[in-house]
Ligand binder design. Structure first.
Ligand code: HBI
Ligand code: FE
Length: 287
């Protein structure tokens, strides 16, 4: 999830040195559990035809009538992929965030949005983080990608290259699409936890869908407060893992000499997918 421009929500007064906090599950009210249940019911009804198969398969055992207990989810996660989720009060500094991912610990915000934020929220709350992110931590290949990403982030700190990695995270883990024989499907948590963006990301003619290309993604800006102008499409989680399990230092040097790209523009060489297209491959955009 993105950096918040305004003061952060959540209680940062009793964080551990790694920014983690207890979930304090008994503090949630019946009204909050009811709101969480409504969010889950609304979102699960929207998944077929838009969410990738891996997400649909892995979200099922994690679904609950109430706000999930992180310790119960950890029993399931540990067996599936060795990942654990840890409570955080909300957005945490990049270095703390990357370190947690590198340790196979995923930060899940402990607070829940207000009822009036039912349809849209900018900062990550427990519904975005748990419903949107946790299911794919059960997928062995994606789980390895995320840890690799965390390790890359720890290295990027020293290379002043966090912006490039933040864009990679944004256009994959948060807003990524995957190409399947049945057409384009969402795997990004920001899409999967959003009432309106799930269908938008696949079908809207007002957004672009471009084939995954690492330098192109790392140069492309993004907006945190609206639906995405561009989505990037991978062929498989294997490809995503292979593309990113490399040393990015030479690529960062090359990118530093190039200007950022505007997310609402299609550039020569971009490989585009038509909205909602059933074809399995994009067409290269004429120069
Ligand atoms: N903190 N809790 C939390 N969740 C995130 O998704 C998150 C974060 N801090 C930084 C961050 N994401 C992004 O800047 C990453 O791209 C690093
Ligand atoms: Fe997120």
């Amino acid at each position: 999830m993105p950096k918040a421009e305004k003061p952060l929500r959540g209680d940062y007064s009793n964080i551990d040195s790694d920014y983690t906090v207890e979930q304090n599950w008994h503090a949630y009210t019946p009204a909050q559990h009811a709101l969480y249940k409504r969010l889950v019911e609304r979102q699960t009804a929207k998944l077929p035809g838009f969410a990738c198969d891996e997400f649909i398969a892995h979200v099922a055992p994690l679904l609950s009538e109430k706000i999930p207990r992180f310790d119960a989810a950890n029993d399931i996660l540990r067996r599936a992929s060795g990942w654990q989720i840890v409570g955080v009060p909300g957005l945490i500094p990049d270095d703390a965030f990357f370190r947690l991912l590198a340790e196979r610990r995923f930060p899940v915000t402990t607070w829940l949005r207000e009822p009036e934020e039912f349809d849209y929220i900018v900062e990550p709350d427990v519904f975005h983080d748990f419903f949107g992110h946790v299911p794919l931590l059960m997928d062995p290949v994606f789980a390895d990608y995320l840890q690799e990403y965390g390790r890359g982030g720890v290295k990027a700190q020293g290379l002043d290259a966090l912006g490039y990695l933040a864009r990679l995270y944004w256009y994959t883990v948060e807003f990524g699409l995957i190409d399947t024989a049945q057409g384009l499907r969402a795997y990004g948590a920001g899409i999967l936890s959003s009432g309106g963006e799930l269908a938008h990301s696949i079908e809207s003619p007002h957004s672009h869908r471009l084939h995954f290309e690492l330098p192109r993604i790392m140069r492309t800006d993004y907006r945190i407060d609206r639906y995405q102008d561009s989505y990037f499409v991978i062929d498989s989680f294997d490809t995503l893992f292979k593309e990113t399990a490399q040393d990015f230092a030479p690529l960062y040097e090359q990118l530093r000499t190039l200007p950022s790209l505007d997310p609402s523009t299609i550039y020569p060489g971009d490989r585009c997918f038509r909205p909602g297209c059933e074809t399995a491959k994009g067409e290269r955009h004429a120069a």
